[in-house]
Write a protein that binds this ligand. Structure first.
Ligand code: PHE
Ligand code: ZN
Length: 849
């Protein structure tokens, strides 16, 4: 056996599979150290195939024996697969392999978590279970028999038969191997029933460990809401008699859409009011919806190859965002999505890891489950919808489902449906999928004799491997306000296609105030110099809630920049605007909370970098604190009143109405705590009967250097609950003083409850460390060293999670020479680690450039 060097895979090299699969029969004899997997696969030559050599992927498998049409064969085996001569025409391949799930710490393939067996096969995990053409354009009908000493034995599709220690499953829908799943364990189910619009009765189960049964009700409600929504909004009904969700504690990602058997990171499905926050509830609802929606966008129509990942992920994220908006309000959801996009995707796009929504090459596909593929991918769907309108979108999606059901499709197929359904030429739009980087649009205007000219100029900066960019097709929603704030021109969807274009609005009585990029109509950065007075008018009056928030956001950013650059106190006009918003009872509390929340330290750093300056994390941290203190002082009385009126009486309800009130209450509490020595927060902590209120209060106390007693009490109360303990680990790092962040994190790694092999626990410490800008970027490099030490330790066990967390270093180039040097040293140390995984090697190499 020879280890092959990591190879780059190119989209341009796509070759249709030489053989297709009709049916797959798998028999599992479960054993922690030596599970046997017997496969029987019916192959037939693909008439369109362009491969002439029969090849099956396989990694870390012990082949016991193989036959073709019943005759023993001796394949040629390498570290990544096998090949052997095969007959012309159809044949049956059988193989018997042995694998060791208990030794599988990478959590990819068949592995064990807390005594249960489970699988993770996306993207290329099935090849760690048996030899197979592990590529999404090979779709087969799977039958599975599981033999094992476990009370619950699950796989995809419908149950066929079962007995003591065995169960058989059949999934009638052809699927790629990445959607295969198996679960075996001592599990109990929270069950329900759903009848589809087509009259199909579907049994629903959420499978958990016995102690977690009281955390399933919310997930079940979310699942049923998702099923109804997909029927009503997309006309898509569920297609099996059974839908299973399983919660597992050890999982690299959030959740996985395996056909009929979704597997969830327990943090993304288990919820109850005393252990989960409002934010957890909302996230869980969205992830359950996301995985459920994949049944059509991902499973019934899958991806031809992994370069097309955004075909399923971008569309499914767009669908779950719309779902959440429908349930909880579109304005606030759009704001939250824009914040996430800027914090994660714009930052990715601005650094060494920038890549197109559809990458052209990769070394390790697991490194491309990124904000660009997911969140920017969703923005592209949103832009398409804006360009063709609601009816056009509906027609295009109907065509997509009709035309490609049962297929493995491409972005070209997807765009062709829009063109065929609406007649729109999307040739230029297609560039969005291929060109990396965040476009910048510069806005200028003039007003002469009642005519207003608005000029938009677009530019996309160079990204790694893409020095020259072409103009994109960008929908820019624009409205015009009169100086008194009334709307004189309602929203118009301008289509920017040239490098620069001017739009004319005639017959205006006075120079208007433009509201540009309403509802964040495209994932771009706007360079638009507007007076603070105009922004004040937009903040007070814009009919578009997103831009109303955005105006306040930019005012806040400018206040923060002035504080960082010159130590300036906030402008009184800004404080007046904030006060007016805070006390405006016409506005939804959740919306007011979004306006009151200042841009993060990272956001301030982004703005400085864009202005060509080098961010100083300590200075940003203290300037932001100063501004918060000044806001608290100026708005003390109003905040006190709002805090009182935002208390939510009665039993906890996770829905948007109450959650919004708690968010606003806790936002003002974070300001009030700066003035009252923590009195209100301590009282709230004492009296809290739900996690939202309890942890918000604790965070406020930690913020002012108090709360140690509460932190200990919190631990004593929750040490039996893994998910709450993850919060305990993360919070005290996230809310630490920058001088203490690294020591806090370091001492927590010595805590007996620090189970570093569990990805959630590892992330709770190191995600919080990397997310604390001033703490992580401590000038002596101690933050970098601590993270590097632990990534080096984790890599041999779990390459996927390691590679993901290396991204903490991706903003290296924006810092001063000393910090850059220290980060480079830490990365180089990781890079030189013997036997570093392919995943981490690729990431470090890309960051080092
Ligand atoms: N396909 C999963 C999702 O988006 C994400 C995932 C990818 C999970 C790879 C595990 C492994 O919903
Ligand atoms: Zn997904």
């Amino acid at each position: 056996m020879k280890d092959s060097a990591p190879q780059t895979v190119y989209l341009a090299d796509y070759a249709a599979p030489g053989w297709l699969v009709d049916s797959v029969h798998l028999t599992f004899r479960l054993d922690p150290e030596a599970t046997r997997v017997v496969s029987r696969i019916a192959f037939r030559p693909n008439p369109e195939g362009t491969q002439d050599r029969f090849y099956l992927d396989g990694e870390n498998l012990k082949l016991i024996g193989a036959t073709i049409d019943g005759q023993p064969v001796t394949p040629e085996i390498t570290a990544t697969g096998l090949t052997c001569p095969v007959p012309d025409g159809p044949f049956v391949w059988e193989a018997d392999v042995e694998i060791a799930p208990a030794a599988n710490t990478a959590l990819d393939g068949l592995y064990m978590s807390g005594g249960m067996y489970c699988t993770q096969c996306e993207a290329e995990g099935f090849r760690k279970i048996t030899y197979y053409p592990d590529r999404p354009d090979v779709m087969g009908v799977f039958s599975v028999r599981i033999e094992g000493d476990m009370p619950v034995l699950l796989s995809n599709g419908n149950p066929v038969a079962s007995g003591d220690g065995w169960a058989e499953w059949h999934d009638p829908w052809p699927k790629p191997a990445y959607l295969f799943a198996l679960v075996a364990g001592d599990l109990v189910a929270h069950s329900d029933l759903f009848t589809t619009t087509e009259g199909r009765d579907v049994a629903l189960n959420i499978w958990v460990r016995p102690g977690d049964l009281d955390k399933c009700a919310f997930g079940m409600t979310a699942l049923k809401a998702s099923m109804v929504w997909d029927e009503q909004v997309y006309g898509r009904a569920y297609d099996l008699d059974l839908f299973n969700i399983v919660a597992v504690d050890d999982f690299n990602m959030g959740a996985m859409e395996n056909k009929g058997l979704n597997i969830f990171n327990s943090s993304c499905v288990l919820a109850k009011s005393d252990t989960s926050t409002d934010a957890d509830f909302e996230r869980i609802e969205a992830i359950i919806a996301h995985e459920y929606f994949h049944n059509w966008t991902g499973n019934r129509i899958t991806c031809r190859d992994w370069f097309q990942l955004c075909l399923k992920e971008g569309l499914t994220v767009f669908r779950d965002q719309t779902f959440t908006g429908d349930l909880r309000g579109h304005a606030v959801k759009r704001i939250d999505d824009a914040l996430t996009l800027r914090a994660r995707q714009f930052r990715e796009d601005a650094g060494p890891l920038a890549h197109p929504v559809r990458p052209a090459s990769f070394v390790e596909i697991n490194n491309f489950y990124t904000a660009t593929v997911y969140e920017k991918g969703a923005e592209l769907v949103g832009m398409l919808k804006r360009l063709v309108g609601d009816d056009g979108y509906r027609a295009a999606l109907t065509l997509y489902f009709d035309r490609h059901d049962g297929q493995a499709a491409t972005i070209e197929d997807w765009l062709q449906c829009f063109t065929d359904a609406t007649g729109r030429d999307l040739t230029q739009f297609a560039l969005w999928y291929a060109q990396a980087g965040t476009p910048q649009i510069t806005v200028t205007d003039d007003f002469v004799d009642g005519t207003y000219h608005l000029t938009l100029a677009q530019m996309t900066p160079p990204t790694p491997g893409q020095p020259d960019k072409q103009p994109l097709h960008i929908p820019v929603a624009v409205g015009l306000l009169a100086p008194d704030g009334s709307e004189v021109v309602p929203t118009r969807m301008l289509e920017l296609t040239q490098a620069q274009q001017t739009y004319t609005f005639a017959g205006l009585a006075a120079r208007p105030i433009p509201s540009v990029l309403r509802d964040f109509s495209a994932p771009v950065i706007l360079n638009h110099t507007q007076s603070a007075a105009d922004r004040g008018v937009l903040l007070a009056h814009d009919s578009d809630p997103f831009n109303r928030w955005e105006a306040g956001r930019i005012l806040a950013r400018d206040v923060l920049l002035a504080a960082v650059r010159d130590g300036k106190a906030p402008d009184p006009a800004y404080l007046d605007g904030l006060r007016a918003t805070l006390t405006d009872d016409q506005l939804h509390p959740a919306f007011r909370a979004r306006i009151l929340a200042l841009p993060s330290e990272q956001d301030v750093a982004d703005a400085l970098v864009r202005a060509g300056e080098t961010p100083d994390p300590d200075r940003i941290h203290s300037a932001r604190r100063q501004v918060r203190q000044a806001i608290a002082t100026a708005l003390d009385a109003q905040m006190d009143a709002v805090f009182a009126t935002m208390q939510v009486p009665g039993p906890y309800d996770p829905r948007a109405e109450d959650a919004g009130r708690r968010t606003l209450g806790n936002t003002v509490l974070s300001y009030l705590t700066l003035l009252d020595a923590g009195h209100r927060a301590a009282a709230q902590y004492e009296g809290a009967d739900n996690m939202t209120q309890q942890i918000a209060a604790l965070g406020c106390l930690l913020d002012i250097g108090a709360g140690q007693q509460e932190l200990a009490a919190f631990r004593a109360q929750w040490q039996g609950d893994r998910l709450v303990m993850d919060k305990w680990f993360g919070l005290q790092i996230a809310r630490s003083d920058p001088a203490e962040t690294v020591t806090r994190a370091e001492s927590l790694t010595r805590d007996p409850a620090f189970d570093w092999k569990n990805p959630n626990r590892f992330r709770s410490v190191f995600g919080a460390l990397a997310g604390h800008m001033a703490g992580f970027h401590r000038q002596d490099g101690a933050g970098y060293d601590l993270l590097a030490d632990w990534l080096i330790k984790l890599d041999p066990l779990n390459p996927q999670t390691t590679a993901r967390m290396v991204t903490a270093f991706d903003a290296m180039a924006r810092y001063d020479a000393t910090r850059q040097e220290l980060m480079r040293a830490a990365l180089t140390r990781i890079a030189r680690t013997p036997n570093l995984s392919r995943d981490t090697t690729e990431m470090v190499a890309r960051i080092l450039g």
